[in-house]
Design a protein around this ligand. Structure first.
Ligand code: GRF
Length: 206
């Protein structure tokens, strides 16, 4: 997907939590390391830091969840509609904790990225989020962990892997300490992959 003439490349961010990955993306858009803009932020969590950060800089925000839309089909359709209404070219799951519905997936084929705080396919899937991931990594005794950016599909943490970055697990690492080091890496790698999309370098991903 090459940038459209004269049009900014538009990102739609889905985030459930603090929004530090969203912040990293916003900062890179401001510094022009990402040639794109964030058009809309959606969260399933009305109290998320992600929604607050977006509101603070005047980006349209939407709280869309099982609370606002109890029927999964309606929620799925509404999420796709909001993203399309905002002209979104690429959807980024930046700490988004819910599965995606078929309407949204069909609206953005191979145009939905997810970031995962481990080296998939290891330490992924249902229940593998937040501190559980880092606890499992340490308990397993592996010597390396890292970050994966991949295309999202209807399952948790599956889909084509686009980029990974590795760091060492130290003998003295705690889950909390490891989480901090991995998060820093997420903030670096996710924007790099987004910029590749914005520059049209993933034209052939299908
Ligand atoms: C990140 O570790 C992300 O990989 C995971 O949830 C965390 C979200 O962090 N899925 P933040 O909300 O971007 O600060």
């Amino acid at each position: 997907m090459a940038p459209k003439d004269g049009q900014p490349f538009r990102l739609g961010i889905l985030a459930s939590r603090n929004g530090s990955n969203l912040q990293a993306i916003l900062d890179r858009c401001l510094s022009d390391e990402i040639s794109a803009c964030v058009s809309v932020v959606i969260s399933n969590n009305s109290k998320s830091g992600a929604l607050r950060r977006a509101k603070d800089v005047g980006i349209p925000t939407f709280h869309l969840s099982g609370w606002t839309h109890p029927e999964p089909d309606r929620l799925d359709g509404e999420m796709a509609r909001v993203l399309q209404d905002h002209g979104v070219d690429l959807v980024v799951l930046a700490g988004y904790m819910k599965k995606l519905g078929p309407v949204l997936l069909q609206a953005y084929p191979n145009r939905i990225l997810n970031v995962h705080p481990a080296l998939l396919p290891a330490f992924g899937g249902q229940g593998m989020y937040g501190m559980q991931v880092h606890r499992a990594v340490i308990e397993s005794g592996v010597k390396v962990t890292g970050v994966t950016v991949h295309l999202a599909d209807s399952e948790y943490d599956q889909g084509l892997i686009l980029a990974q970055e590795v760091i060492s697990v130290h003998p003295a690492d705690t889950p909390e300490g490891l989480a901090k080091r991995v998060l820093k890496l997420e903030h670096r790698l996710l924007p790099v992959v987004i910029q590749r999309f914005a520059a049209g370098q993933f034209e052939t991903v299908h």
